[in-house]
Design a protein around this ligand. Structure first.
Ligand SMILES: NC(=O)c1ccc[n+]([C@@H]2O[C@H](COP(=O)([O-])OP(=O)(O)OC[C@H]3O[C@@H](n4cnc5c(N)ncnc54)[C@H](OP(=O)(O)O)[C@@H]3O)[C@@H](O)[C@H]2O)c1
Length: 342
């Protein structure tokens, strides 16, 4: 296992993070016993970074993880969770108000059966609460010792910059991480979010690095997902997000690459993510123990340059304007032979 500092912080996290969205999910996840096996094997394999959220399995994921943590050295682990999604019908039990952030954090601490959360993340942006209010609440949680570091998830690039400025005003040195959808099929964050995180000093943790299982190759040769599978149950969201003629072709090509390397498609998909500049850790999900082995191996794989080049070129992010404008106009205005880049 390899470790990297998360953003501009001293916090070392394993490059593979254990995703726990499956824990306690009756429809397409795993029960408490399998969740324990997964966590035990992940830690035994050198992983120290575990991600959950109050949202997952209606808080059951946090409760299961809390039980499992009792059998581990809590201080050797980096436990991340999130708030933002509705926790009750009442209008204040959601979003990023001071009131909700503090009560959601206290509820997560109770379920996780721990005194502190290493990384507390805003799960999404709140269009109604001033960002200074949210970061002031986060700052108080850090001062009280309930939270060690702050991060965010699913914010636009401009919101990352805005939130980081608010963090500094609130007395938090900076936010340390952004958690984003990123994999070989969905590279949207390359447009604005990765540059924003890089310039603000946030490490990026990517979710669904295996495209929710599509990049495991388990749907190869099928016209539609098998009944009861995650892609069947979550088809409305996952099919348009990941499944089309181009992504099917890419998985076939990845299968050939994996064969050539003597690795699995999973390991190739995760190694590609880890090779991208700015990516600190990949949060892979698993619903059974056998899923974990290639995920843990991925940190030790260096993809050959030719494979990286081909994978980078296959389904690139459509950068659009103003990137395409700058490519032309920037080259005219700042020609490489006139401007010396320091
Ligand atoms: N911040 C956010 O908004 C956000 C959103 C989503 C997720 N997340 C985080 O990201 C984590 C990962 O998300 P994800 O579950 O979508 O990630 P993923 O890694 O893209 O997909 C995980 C799924 O891939 C399949 N899989 C994994 N390893 C496999 C293997 N070796 N062989 C065959 N199949 C394999 C399994 O599918 P089956 O179970 O179907 O077999 C597994 O449940 C979550 O647990 C959560 O912590 C965050």
């Amino acid at each position: 296992m390899k470790y990297q500092q998360l953003g501009r912080s001293g916090l070392l996290v394993s490059r593979t993070c254990l995703g726990t969205m499956t824990f306690g999910n009756d429809a397409w996840g795993c029960d408490a016993a399998e969740s324990k096996k997964l966590t035990d094997a992940f830690v035994a394999g050198g992983g120290n970074f575990i991600d959950t959220a109050d949202l997952y399995a209606n808080t059951v994921s946090e409760s299961i993880l809390g039980d499992v943590l009792q059998d581990h050295d809590r201080d050797a682990l980096v436990v991340a969770t999130k708030c933002w999604f509705p926790q009750a019908e009442e209008p204040n039990a959601r979003g990023l108000s001071r009131r909700h952030i503090i009560s959601a954090c206290e509820a997560s601490l109770r379920r996780l059966k721990t005194d502190y959360i290493d990384l507390y993340q805003f799960h999404g942006p709140d269009p109604y609460t001033p960002i200074d209010e949210s970061l002031a609440a986060m700052s108080d949680l850090i001062s009280s010792g309930k939270v060690r570091y702050a991060g965010l998830s699913n914010f636009h690039g401009w919101q990352v910059v805005q939130a980081n400025e608010a963090a500094k005003r609130a007395g938090i040195t900076t936010l340390i991480s952004g958690q984003y959808l990123f994999n070989l099929l969905r590279r949207d964050i390359e447009r604005d979010i990765l540059p924003a995180c890089r310039s603000e000093g946030l490490g990026v943790i990517c979710w669904s690095p295996l495209a929710s299982g599509f990049l495991s190759g388990k749907y190869r040769g099928l016209d539609k997902p098998p009944e009861g599978s995650r892609f069947d149950q979550m088809g409305k969201v996952l099919l348009p997000r990941f499944w089309n003629i181009k992504t099917v072709a890419l998985v076939e090509r990845m299968a050939a690459m994996a064969d050539e390397l003597g690795e699995s498609i999973v390991a190739v998909a995760l190694a590609w993510c880890m090779a991208q500049p700015g990516i600190t850790s990949v949060i892979a999900g698993a619903s059974k123990l056998s899923h974990l082995e290639p995920q843990l191996r991925a940190t030790d794989i260096t993809l050959p340059e030719a494979m990286l080049t081909e994978l980078n070129a296959t389904l690139p992010c459509d950068m659009g304007y103003p990137h395409d404008w700058y490519q032309v106009a920037g080259a005219m205005t700042f020609p490489a032979d006139h401007i010396r880049v320091p």
